[in-house]
Design a protein around this ligand. Sequence first.
Ligand code: ADP
Ligand code: MG
Length: 449
Amino acid sequence: MNNSSPQEVWSAVVSELHPEIGEDNVSLWLKPVEPQRIEGNLLHIRVPNKFFIDWIRDNYQRKIESCLKKLLGQDLSLSYAVAKDVQPLLPPSDPIPVALPQSEFTFSELNPRYTFNNFIVGTSNRFANATAEAICKNPGKQFNPFFLYGGVGLGKTHLMHAIGQGIRKKNSRARVLYITAEQFVNEYIDSIRYEKPDAFRSKYRNLDCLLIDDIQFLIAKGRSEEEFFHTYNALFDSHKQIIISSDRAPKEMSLEQRLVSRLEWGVVADIKPPDLETRIAILRKKAESEQILVPDDVILFVATAIKTNIRELEGALVRLQALAAVTGVHLTVDVAKETLKDTISADSHSPVRLETIQKLIAEKYSLDIRELKSKSRTSNVAFPRQVAMYLACHLTELSTTAIGQAFGGRDHSTVTHARDKIADLLEKDFLFVEQISKLTDQIKAVDNS
Ligand code: ADP
Ligand code: MG
């Protein structure tokens, strides 16, 4: 292998890693790499953009280097360069031909609030966000089509608008269309009704970027699905960017097989419900941008209570803000609990039992439940007790008085003190946040099963 060209070395590396990292990752990350030359102990490679450098470095560099060692028997490190001469973002587009009856069709506006800047990135959406950003740099190229899926209120529409705006920012002449699958179907039906199928076709087939939201709406829509298939092919064949969102993975959609397999040609990314850290960051950002003053423990409470839907998370904050504005009441965890009762019970099912909290805390800290209820103040008992009280405040509907009773007849002020102390700690220590969040999930799992 030692006398091979850099290209041959690179393809050997790629074939070697293929079984381990899979076809998707190979075509996504390794195929676009151009090996340049081997010089000293460096293999110089050229990647499409800076994002590739970060991604390869974080995920594949070690594997690649040990592979090189195996193939060449020498230590080689990667050296990166970003391709400067990549193709221009989009071929400059001519304005839409005047003959096209534009006004009869919907050109949905992109929401200026749905930008990358306003999009908080966490583990639940990192890949989707990174791909979205990469697409803006180089639409119609490696990441085509981009299929984005996930549950309600997790940011699919937000990301699509962000991509649309990102592409327009790079190239103000790019013809970008965001549309929901429902609008697409309605327009298609109208175009047949008013006998203008050609206008419909030329509108869609002359785009540079089509963003089509909630494509699950096409399921069982016969001719519209067929029309979408042709639109898709026309755009794809002329290297135009296609971005599709759905509430489920391509395979789970009962669309025609030939369409499903095309949807999987490019990159498929899912968005999962955000973890606690991300939920907190989203609430902080939202509070900041709306200039709402919300104490940290209230943010933490809302973020712990509402898990599965970012729209509801934001809605909760807005309701609290409205309440504070109208009544002048000071926002506290208790106020939040009361105000958001309905949302919270819808999101996190039924409240849990205090006994479950005591049992799990005792197990976690290797104590006897009786110790939690005892008068003991040694710290190995007092601290777990405070954690249990904190959780009882947040996860049950009991008053602080009742909670105090359940912990060996303590006063309600002991409970509020414990609650505030733990909330304080949570502010400072993210590992502790993780622990508490795990415990919360375990407790809920016991009581909601
Ligand atoms: P979906 O289309 O997946 O149902 P949306 O894109 O409509 O969800 O998102 C719902 C709300 O949550 C929007 O107001 C959006 O701005 C907000 N949102 C979603 N994800 C994030 C995020 N990661 N950071 C900030 N706001 C978000
Ligand atoms: Mg949506």
